[in-house]
Design a protein around this ligand. Structure first.
Ligand code: CO
Length: 504
């Protein structure tokens, strides 16, 4: 037995215990906490965060990691664990106490200002706070260090190894290929989706959502679903993975897509190896890979015809009246309506990526200093005109719509698009390897797909980087052509774009 490695595991378990406790407090805050609990809750979370920070930067942990770094008796997975832990240890050590406190103050001020600014449609309330935050974020890039673009330093926190240069090439493809494709769709007659917005009883929606989760393979003995205003997934280890959903009685889309999306995230967490609790080998790879799991279920599976050939019949048992004359093909059309819109979170699965493209271009320019915060509203509006053909009527529906920047989350948005692109590539491979996959989905049998995801992705934890994982599964790295092929095939049929399908 390697005593140093065993001690390292103990220290990491202890850190995980504290971090998952913070996660429980946050879960409660978003679901059940009464409003007056907010103040003491903030204090409890801050105390535990301080303890987590001390554990993650302790001298004992550092000494062990430096010792284990050159221990050749460790196996491949153990070596990877030490590599990842050392990387986060070094990173945590780079931040001074003063900087952490200043950043945390700037974030809470920016967040409050953003809420007011959005409510009152007044960007100028937010601008000075955001300016300060952007200045600190630029400083953070220098603290972390980078070799190419400063934005690399921020990207790496969400998508380890992702480079601004590579993403610029990827998003240039999005711009050149997807913009033209969406224009062709826009020229076609629009599909009917009015029946999605009739009255759908809340409790019945809830019951149907639980059935969808069960069908996917979500383990209710190792999780639960609750209601929150913004759906999310959180976990306290692989045996307690919770999802939330929201339900609108006049819009069936809300519940269906949040259930399947969060269910996809949750299956990834439930599939991580429990024996590796607290270790990198028991954690997800990156936000892009995490998002690939939610989007694969949501879009490649859920927004596809085989899924509804099975599930529509059951949905109609819950809602016979509003869905009386709706056939699976009509339902399939209704849930795949492509139409440029102002709000990212309501976007369809194609125009969604323009929203991310715009944020990527803006973030990159902000962090490198080629634009300033005061330029944001005008720049935002001109990009929405250029890529989506839309006039932005107010900053609340424009540059102020997302919470991310007020949280200091720069470098996060690109992982949403990466998720969809990885999902298309993985799903393509799964169908290739399991030719009966969609026939099984049509029977309501999701097991072959879940087993495939478990085998190729979930069980590995952080053993591979995102790029290595993709290489390992698909024999090549991330390639945008799989998403475009998927889009052209599906929407070519849905909108009868025969010429495009033949060319592709
Ligand atoms: Co997600």
């Amino acid at each position: 037995m390697n005593i140093a490695y065993e001690r390292y595991k103990e220290l990491l378990c202890r850190l995980a215990d504290v971090q998952y406790s913070i996660a429980i407090l946050n879960w409660d805050l978003e679901t059940y906490m009464p409003p007056k609990g907010a103040e003491s809750r903030a204090q409890q979370i801050s105390t535990l965060s301080g303890i987590a920070h001390n554990l993650s930067t302790s001298e004992e942990l550092g000494d062990l990691l430096f010792k284990l770094e050159s221990d050749t008796s460790l196996d491949e997975i153990q070596q990877k664990n030490i590599y990842h832990s050392l990387k986060s240890y070094r990173l945590n050590k780079k931040y001074s106490q003063a900087f952490v406190e200043e950043l945390s103050r700037a974030i809470s001020e920016a967040f409050q200002a953003w809420q007011k600014a959005k409510e009152t449609n007044n960007f100028s309330l937010y601008a000075p706070k955001l300016e300060k935050l952007v200045r600190l974020k630029r400083e953070e890039c220098t603290i972390i260090g980078f070799t190419g673009h400063p934005y690399d330093a921020l990207l790496d926190q969400y998508e380890p190894g992702a480079l601004t240069a590579d993403l610029s090439i990827l998003f240039a493809d999005v711009r050149s290929q997807l913009v033209a494709f969406v224009k062709q769709i826009a020229a076609q007659p629009q599909n009917e989706d009015g029946f999605m917005f009739l009255h759908y009883d809340k409790q019945k929606q809830w019951d149907f959502g639980l059935e969808l989760l069960t069908q996917m393979g979500y383990d209710f003995e190792a999780g639960r679903q609750d209601i929150s205003s913004h759906p999310f997934t959180t976990n306290f280890g692989p045996k307690d993975v919770r999802v939330t959903t929201r339900i609108a009685e006049d819009n069936l889309n809300e519940m269906i897509w949040s259930c399947i999306h969060e269910g996809g995230h949750a299956l990834y967490e439930q599939g991580l190896p429990y024996s590796e609790y607290g270790l990198p080998s028991g954690e997800y790879i990156s936000l892009g890979i995490h998002e690939s799991q939610s989007r694969l279920w949501e879009n490649n599976v859920g927004r596809n015809l085989p899924y509804w050939k099975h599930n529509l019949a059951r949905l109609k048992e819950f809602f016979p009246e509003p869905l009386k004359n709706v056939q699976p093909e009509a339902f399939f059309k209704a849930i795949n309506k492509v139409r440029p819109s102002l709000i990212r979170t309501n976007a369809d699965e194609l125009t969604y990526h323009f929203h991310i493209l715009i944020r990527f271009e803006i973030e990159k320019a902000l962090i490198e200093g080629s634009i300033e915060v005061k330029d944001l509203p005008a720049l935002w509006n001109s990009k929405y005109k250029e890529y989506l053909g839309l006039d932005v009527p107010s900053d609340s529906q424009g540059v102020l719509q997302d919470i991310h920047w007020s949280h200091g989350s720069f470098g996060y948005f690109p992982t949403y698009s990466l998720g969809s692109f990885y999902a298309a590539q993985f799903y393509n491979k799964a169908v290739q390897e399991i030719p009966t996959l969609e026939l099984e989905i049509e029977k309501g049998n999701m097991k072959p797909l879940l087993n495939w995801l478990r085998e190729h992705i979930h069980r590995h934890g952080k053993r591979y980087t995102a790029e290595e994982l993709c290489q390992h599964i698909c024999g090549e790295k991330l390639n945008f052509k799989y998403f475009m092929n998927y889009a052209q095939k599906k929407y070519g049929e849905l909108y009868k774009l025969e010429k495009i399908v033949k060319k592709a």
